[in-house]
Design a protein around this ligand. Structure first.
Ligand code: AGP
Length: 831
């Protein structure tokens, strides 16, 4: 075959591929096109390219193209539409926009404004010269596939998704409903402004009069604003109205559920999930995440006759599924559920975990994810669940054993059903059909997904962890769990006076040689790092700087490859922290994670790290995770500094302190009643100040955060050294001020702060070490909280506990929701 024929064949193939994939497209140009180097492509796939002008910082669109070898081409000179200057070719965002363009073509066909050039144009071909020479029909044009997208431009929103499928085991509708609703109760901490579920109706009931486009029972969707209990009430009243038989058994049934923390659109039933493809609910989707290109998808779907009812980004997903399904069904042969979902995934940008349900595929469920956490739980009934590898359709389930399968955003919704689970990885599609589980790996570059093998893991979590037990609230339970959580955090890591942190050992040399350590986190996690900073500097002799993740990104802070960046996050899913991690990775720093969440994005994306093992923390206000984070960072300091003789005595004192820590925490928890009484005295206050310094500056910030977060009272933590530089003006006999003055190097300075506050008739509550009451408050006028004394770097762990108790009691006494404070979610996964 000669070169010309080969080229033509390449174009033809490309065009054919394009037509097959995008039936409405007619986009390959036959107009004369010449490259600057004289190369004349046989065809050109036109598209809009996005340009960024470095002079005026504006972006604009410009038409360019891909030739038959899938190489980018555009005019020799690109002029900024705003400042009219020529822009640098390298500022062309080609790949992303090729993708957007292909979606447009896919959905709309070629827009008139983008039709083939009317006159011959000379394009600047970006192909490297060497490749130009050898370009031939062998280079398979890949016009129809989009490149992999970066995930970190956006990060998943907080929401909870859950699904339950029973196979070969009879379950009444009431039972199925309860499993779904209970799953949502477990996930409610992730979002609590609205929720919804979808189950199957009966063939004889809902919508039978209408001519639906499938033969199976239509789903029924329940969506409600407010907490899960509002959904529960509305479900049962709707069930009555719809005359659904709650006792009807299903041998196999697939249900999906969602709890929402609103980002796109106010909390309202229409914005709740499951979101639907439209009439007859042909495709239903629950989603945790953000679809960043939903607007362009929405516009194109609207042009194809779809009507949108919600303000959510999610609604494009089921509608896109229907669009793909309809298009595929028009052609020869059917399309499988996983093919539909794969095509949908190809079009989505952003981060997500999705579960699909469709009456076109009764009793099947599909879940897929990119960015957000998604877990599969497997409970084989009547025997041990096989934990061996399962794959493709043979799956787990090459048997017809009765089983229950679950999808969930969090293990805490699965643990009461099974301990066997698998974490779904990015770009995987998990298809449950006929009781078997197949996992497919989606790849933009490939037409066919590869089948994936995955072993089930055994969950090391007890059901008790997700229950309140004898406590009224999770926050209280978690505060009181701290002696145990700290013990678990240290377990196996302190042996014969030596700290061993398996997750760091391979990187210890690099950490010791780093130019500086940067602690990065948000909220409470940032405070934990701040509490550990002094000891990290003292034991390692490495400068430690602090970064609030969002600020680091705003400033585009300097970060170097000689840096060790330590990312601290309870959830491991906080957007700002993950974006900062992405930034640090790009700059070549060694990235270390400190997280409570095994399998979280933070755990997966950092080079190394330490799990804090605090156990499941459900209360939105972080308590036990905070103290365990400090302990882990203190242990890190001990491990990094373990080669220094000069600090041996200090290290020994800390290790002795760590051994006593759980017991001391147990003792300080006895202040519960005293803190309740203090809360009672502060119940009507508008504001509360907390002063700390040194090891306890973090305690002041964290104590104040706890009070404002749950008790909804203005509270500010301040560095005591800054008091006389402004805050002193606030002091009078009414404003309550907590001063932390436990024993350490800062003690005498804090004594002088107390004197200065007394001199201004300040209303003080002083926290001091046991036996120091008369030293910090000689005239007996102030309220004193005496706490057990421990080595300085662990004192902040002891000191925060009375503050946690105070915040808790203030909240209860003021009548606010302790575990789900207004406007907050457990982890903040939006920027
Ligand atoms: C803690 O009480 C808060 N809910 C909040 O500040 C939290 O610590 C912060 O959002 C960071 O979360 P992370 O630890 O999961 O990253």
């Amino acid at each position: 075959m000669d070169g010309n024929r080969a080229k033509k064949k390449g174009v033809k193939k490309a065009r054919h591929e394009l037509m097959v994939k995008f039936p409405t497209a007619g986009i390959v140009s036959n107009q004369p096109i010449t490259c600057m180097d004289g190369h004349s492509p046989d065809g050109l796939l036109l598209l809009f390219l996005k340009h960024h002008c470095l002079r005026c910082e504006s972006s604009f669109w410009y038409s360019g193209g891909f030739d038959e070898h899938n190489e980018v081409m555009h005019d020799e000179e690109i002029v900024c539409s705003t400042c009219k200057q020529v822009v640098d070719h390298s500022a062309v965002h080609t790949l992303k926009n090729k993708y957007i363009f292909l979606i447009l073509v896919f959905l709309l066909g070629i827009p008139p404004s983008l039709s083939v050039p009317t006159k011959p144009r000379i394009f600047n071909c970006q192909r490297p010269k060497s490749r130009r020479a050898s370009a031939s029909s062998e280079s398979r044009p890949r016009l129809a596939t989009a490149p992999p997208l970066r995930l970190f431009g956006s990060v998943a929103t907080m929401c909870g998704i859950f699904a339950y499928l029973n196979y070969n085991v009879g379950r009444e509708r009431r039972y199925i409903l309860e499993v779904l609703l209970n799953g949502l109760r477990r996930l409610e901490y992730r979002g609590y402004d609205s929720s919804g579920i979808a189950i199957d109706s009966d063939m004889s009931s809902v919508m039978q009069s209408k001519s639906k486009p499938y033969d199976t029972a239509p789903p029924v969707v329940f969506r409600q604003e407010g907490k899960i209990e509002s959904l529960v009430t509305s479900v049962y009243s709707e069930v009555d109205k719809l005359d659904l038989d709650l006792e009807k058994p299903f041998l196999v049934h697939a249900g999906i559920a969602h709890t929402r923390w609103a980002t796109h659109g106010v909390p309202a039933p229409r914005n709740s999930h499951p979101q639907s493809s439209g009439e007859f609910d042909e495709f239903l989707v629950v989603h945790n995440g953000i679809i960043t290109n939903y607007e362009v998808l929405k516009q194109t779907l609207v042009r194809h006759g779809f009507t949108f009812e919600s303000d959510t980004d999610t609604e494009v997903i089921p509608k896109l599924a229907k669009f793909v399904f309809d298009k595929a069904s028009d052609g020869e042969g059917g399309v499988t559920f996983s093919q539909v979902v794969m095509e949908v995934m190809r079009q989505l940008e952003g981060a997500y975990a999705l579960i699909f349900k469709s009456p076109h595929y009764p009793n099947e469920l599909i879940a897929c994810k990119r960015g957000s956490t998604l877990l599969l739980g497997v409970n084989e009934l009547g025997g041990e669940t096989s934990r061996h590898l399962f794959h493709d359709v043979k799956a787990l389930t090459a048997n017809d054993k009765p089983k229950e399968l679950f999808f969930s955003s969090d293990l805490c919704a699965i643990v009461e059903h099974t301990k066997n689970y698998a974490a779904v990885e990015d770009d995987e599609i998990v298809h449950i059909k006929d009781g078997s589980v197949s996992i497919l790996k989606f790849d933009y570059e490939k037409e066919k997904p590869a089948s994936v093998q995955r072993a089930l893991s055994v969950l090391e979590m007890e059901v008790e962890q997700i229950k309140k037990g004898d406590f009224d609230h999770f926050m209280k339970k978690e505060i009181h769990e701290q002696p145990d959580s700290l013990t678990t955090s240290m377990r196996g890591r302190l042996k014969d006076g030596v700290v061993g942190l398996g997750g760091l050992k391979d990187h210890m040399r690099t950490i010791r040689r780093s130019r500086r350590i940067i602690f990065i986190g948000c909220g409470t996690s940032y405070h934990a790092a701040l509490a550990a900073r002094p000891i990290m500097e003292e034991l390692t002799d490495i400068p430690v700087t602090m970064e609030i993740a969002s600020d680091m990104l705003d400033r585009k802070a300097l970060i170097f490859k000689e840096d060790t960046a330590v990312f601290v996050s309870q959830s491991g899913e906080t957007a700002d922290t993950l974006l900062a991690l992405e930034y640090a990775l790009q700059h070549g720093a060694l990235c270390v994670g400190v997280t409570n969440t095994v399998g979280s994005t933070l755990a997966r994306k950092t080079h190394c790290g330490v799990h804090i093992n605090a156990g499941c923390e459900i209360g939105v206000a972080s308590t036990k995770a905070y103290t365990c984070q400090i302990v882990v960072m203190v242990m890190m300091a001990l491990a990094i500094g373990s080669d220094k003789m000069s600090t041996l005595a200090k290290r020994e004192a800390i290790i002795a302190g760590l051994t006593k820590l759980p017991e001391k925490v147990h003792d300080v928890l006895k202040l519960d009643g005293e803190m309740k009484a203090l809360a009672q005295s502060l119940i009507d206050e508008q504001s509360l100040l907390m002063f700390g310094r040194g090891n306890n500056y973090a305690t002041a910030l964290e104590g104040a955060l706890k009070v404002k977060e749950v008790a909804l009272m203005h509270s500010e933590g301040m560095l005591a050294g800054e008091m006389k530089h402004g805050p002193l003006a606030l002091v009078d006999e009414y404003l309550p001020i907590i001063v932390i003055a436990t024993r350490d190097d800062s003690f005498s300075k804090q004594q002088s702060v107390i004197q200065q506050l007394h001199a201004r008739k300040g209303r003080l509550i002083v926290m001091c070490s046991e036996g120091d009451a008369s030293l910090v408050c000689p005239d007996g006028r102030s309220r004193v909280i005496e706490v057990p004394r421990i080595v300085d770097c662990l004192q902040s762990i002891i000191n925060i506990i009375p503050m946690q108790l105070l915040a808790y009691h203030l909240t209860v006494l003021r009548g606010y929701n302790v575990d789900q404070p207004r406007n907050l979610a457990k982890s903040v996964t939006t920027q």
